[in-house]
Design a protein around this ligand. Structure first.
Ligand SMILES: NC(=O)c1ccc[n+]([C@@H]2O[C@H](COP(=O)([O-])OP(=O)(O)OC[C@H]3O[C@@H](n4cnc5c(N)ncnc54)[C@H](O)[C@@H]3O)[C@@H](O)[C@H]2O)c1
Length: 314
């Protein structure tokens, strides 16, 4: 059955892929964005579709639309962007959640929150399961993002307890793919852009810290599956790719695929940078029947192809 779906942050990296996926399934999509980090360009290929609508709106203000489902993705996701105006970042997570939950409550429709593995902070438990409460610095420079997302989770569960709302909380781990920002300081886009420009590849620390990377199509599939579970399934549920790579391994894979002759350059580790992060996805496997299908190499190849196009037209 086709529905009308609201996606906040819909003109961002993940939101644009989610918009595509839902339109492909025959739904109507209302994409709401204030274009802080997202852009019209990310969704311009959808403008010709009569089931797609783009609204400029800041989620820290209330929104009145009639929809059947809400995906709440609005929030800058990379440190460069969320630290640019940290007060606005917390406001977006907290007031955005309040406004969207209020809308979901009025309409009695399910709402999904794009939460993050950052709620685990610098984890003392590895790999992270959903029952781990995290190790987050409440007053550091990353806190506007981490604590904003934690507060949003609290609000989601209180709306559930207090108003019996159908809530879905997904904890997204590092995701990559086409339409990532070229200059947002995230490791995959950084390495690719540096390699394609023939600039040195900058690794923070000695490069032994690990991350797991999920291709965006896999993540979007997990989101859609979670949204369409029944009332009892709320999450939080980890969605990410458990395949773990060191920064050095990632840099070498990018160098190999691009054929670049860039050198590797080491820089000091930033404050609160987690040393290790890997999702445990047993719950997603069990409750959503989900697991990643795109391996790092083909995912990197598609992302590199996208960035080649971006850099060629820049
Ligand atoms: N990309 C990842 O690896 C990752 C990991 C964990 C969680 N997430 C979460 O997924 C969501 C999407 O992330 P993304 O990678 O697509 O980032 P993104 O920055 O590309 O997208 C976020 C979108 O939200 C919009 N936005 C920001 N503040 C807003 C506001 N006040 N009102 C309306 N729109 C606003 C931005 O303009 C942008 O289009 C975010 O909530 C992020 O925290 C992403």
């Amino acid at each position: 059955m086709s529905s009308r779906v609201l996606i906040t942050g819909g003109a961002g990296f993940i939101g644009s892929h989610l918009s595509e996926r839902l339109l492909d399934e025959g739904h109507e999509v209302i994409c709401v964005d204030n274009f802080f980090t997202g852009s019209r360009r990310n969704v311009e290929h959808l403008f010709g579709n009569p089931r797609f609508e783009l609204l400029r709106h800041d989620v820290t203000f209330p929104l009145y639309v009639e929809v059947d489902q809400i995906y709440n993705l609005a929030c800058p996701a990379s440190p460069v962007h969320y630290q640019h105006d940290p007060v606005q970042t917390t406001k977006t997570s907290v007031m955005g959640a309040i406004n969207m939950l209020g809308l979901a409550k009025r309409l009695r429709v399910p709402i999904l929150q794009a939460s993050t593995s950052e709620v685990y902070g610098d984890p003392a438990v590895h790999p992270q399961t959903e029952d781990y409460w995290g190790n987050v610095n409440p007053i550091g420079t990353r806190s506007c993002y981490d604590e904003g997302k934690r507060a949003a989770e609290t609000l989601f569960f209180d709306y559930r307890r207090q108003h019996d709302l159908s809530i879905k909380v997904i904890r997204i781990f590092n995701t990559y793919g086409p339409r990532m920002h070229p200059n947002d300081g995230r490791v995959v886009s950084n390495f690719i852009v540096q390699a394609l420009r023939g600039e040195p590849i900058t690794i923070y620390g000695d490069g032994s810290q690990t991350r797991s990377f999920c291709f965006v199509d896999d993540l979007v599939d997990g989101m859609v599956r979670l949204m369409n579970t029944d009332h009892e399934v709320t999450g939080p549920v980890n969605v990410g790719n458990p395949g773990e790579f060191t920064m050095l391994e990632l840099a070498n894979a990018v160098l190999e695929i691009t054929g670049s002759s860039s050198e590797i350059e080491h820089r000091p580790l930033p404050q609160d940078d987690p040393k290790q992060r890997q999702p445990n996805i047993d719950l997603a496997r069990r409750e959503l029947g989900w697991e990643p299908t795109v391996a790092l190499r083909p995912g990197l190849e598609r992302t590199i192809e996208y960035f080649r196009g971006v850099l060629a037209t820049a």
